[in-house]
Design a protein around this ligand. Structure first.
Ligand code: SF4
Length: 463
């Protein structure tokens, strides 16, 4: 590749950050080698533990592969990926994800079919996220490697099939169907790092250049959002117009050129803050326990025992007699209802804030979707708090001292809540309406922030 493609103007040496982007572009070989290595480690950790017996009582995560894999996937990887996405953009997707990598590789040899319309529906990431979250809870994906193999392995197989069918050296799976892509897209919107495109410089450029293969199909020239960009670095330096750069974490949501899409807003409110929050807390919810006991009592009194049966296959509901962990049909139905109805109700209650704020400050910029996206800092804090509960469970089991934990949790929740409130107020401040309406919009946006902080405080400090 011509050197000039990879450098900014010779008179202006690239900054350290720009140099990192250019370095990533040059180092495709080592990055691909690293991705193959991750594929191998992922395959070992997802497949082998599913065929191992339950860990003995005295087992530790450093001497038992089942526990080690469980900790790697759910204690480190899952919360770590969320933290990385908020901090650096979707680097996990672009540089490390084995699923996206395999899907892209196999698509080079697949049928390369054009994308059908149904596949491009913007709602798939939300639907896939909700379905995966709910199903994962029903089969206890965080506890049992068989369930992890089914969920993660199933997702990988689907990614391969999509890669074999559609696109050519592209990541159709990641762009349109991956269950995590909706969440990643929301979190990346507030990442302080992004690939910045100078549109004027792009259009001005008259030299030679090689076309970029943007695997997740981003229109690089028009890119204004980090939501779909996988931060792979392949376009760094392209036409002297693309550079890895810092930005304000609020910049994208406040940018009028950036459309606040309904799909992203729905994923944030009903997926990340709604269903996911319900999934994180159903196991400690006294409300669910009371409902379950009352229903079970009623069923026994009325001789309805079918719903109390636990004779259910493990791939439908958690069923591990050796661990004395058996879900009844009643358990399954209640978890399903708690996640879908409870999560939906929570999402609906949160939506009141953005709707009211948008009604008070109505303009093409001040949509409910934009106000919903202003809650992204809170969504990030919420999902990191929820996923790190698994990390905490593992560390507790290993006897680590966690006296600092309540302070960290409170600080993260406060940072998310304050960040969301500050961003929402910045959106309000741009409205061309009187102070009364602005005050109303600001107050309306404090409602979802207060509600989420209350819910997490219940989970961590009251229940
Ligand atoms: S726009 Fe595409 S090619 Fe450029 S960094 Fe993002 S994912 Fe990679």
């Amino acid at each position: 590749m011509a050197e000039h493609v990879l450098h900014f103007h010779a008179s202006r040496p690239p900054s350290r950050l720009q140099a990192i982007g250019l370095f990533l572009r040059r180092q495709r070989g080592p990055i691909v080698a690293l991705q193959w290595l991750i594929v191998a480690v992922y395959a070992v950790l997802v497949v082998i533990p599913a065929f191992l017996p339950l860990p003995p009582e005295q087992a530790h995560l450093w001497d038992n592969l089942r526990l080690f894999a469980q900790f790697c996937f759910w204690g480190l990887w899952w919360p770590g990926v969320m933290i990385a996405t908020v901090a650096l953009g979707r680097v996990w997707c672009g540089l490390f994800c084995p699923e996206g990598f395999i899907s892209e590789r196999v698509s080079a040899y697949g049928r390369g079919k054009a994308l059908p319309r149904w596949l491009k529906w913007a709602g798939w990431p939300f639907v896939a996220f909700v379905c995966t979250t709910v199903y994962g809870q029903l089969v206890s994906v965080y506890e049992y490697p068989q369930a992890a193999l089914l969920v993660l392995g199933g997702s990988t197989v689907a990614a391969v099939v999509i890669g074999l069918l559609y696109g050519r050296e592209k990541r159709i799976w990641c762009r349109y169907l991956c269950p995590a892509s909706g969440v990643f897209a929301v979190l990346a919107k507030i990442a302080p790092l992004h690939y910045k495109v100078d549109r004027a410089a792009w259009d001005r450029y008259a030299g030679d250049f090689e076309p970029v293969n943007c695997a997740p199909l981003v229109d690089v020239r028009r890119m204004t959002s980090a939501g779909e960009c996988h931060s792979c670095g392949r376009c760094a330096g392209q036409r002297d117009a693309v550079a890895l750069a810092w930005r304000s974490p609020f910049g994208e949501v406040l940018d009028p050129d950036n459309e606040a899409r309904t799909a992203d807003a729905t994923t944030l409110l009903f997926g990340v803050l709604g269903v996911a929050t319900a999934a994180f807390q159903w196991t400690v919810s006294p409300w669910l326990l009371h409902i379950k006991l009352a229903l079970a009592e009623w069923l026994v009194e009325h001789d309805h025992f079918a719903l109390l049966s636990d004779d259910v296959p493990w791939w439908l509901l958690t069923h591990y007699p050796e661990a004395n962990d058996l879900f009844t049909w009643l358990d399954g139905g209640l978890i399903l209802a708690y996640l879908l109805l409870g999560g939906g109700l929570l999402g609906g209650l949160l939506l009141i804030g953005p709707r009211l704020a948008a009604a008070a400050t109505r303009s093409p910029f001040h949509t409910w979707q934009r106000y919903a996206l202003a809650l992204a800092p809170l969504a990030a804090a919420s999902v990191i708090l929820g996923l790190s509960m698994l990390t905490v469970t593992h560390l507790k089991a290993e006897g680590f001292w966690l006296g600092w934990l309540p302070y960290c949790r409170a600080a993260l929740l406060a940072a998310g809540g304050l960040g969301a409130a500050a961003l929402a107020l910045r959106v309000v401040a741009r409205a061309q309406v009187g102070p009364g309406r602005k005050a109303l919009a600001g107050l309306a946006m404090l409602w979802p922030v207060g509600l989420m902080c209350t819910i997490w405080s219940l989970v961590f400090f009251v229940w």
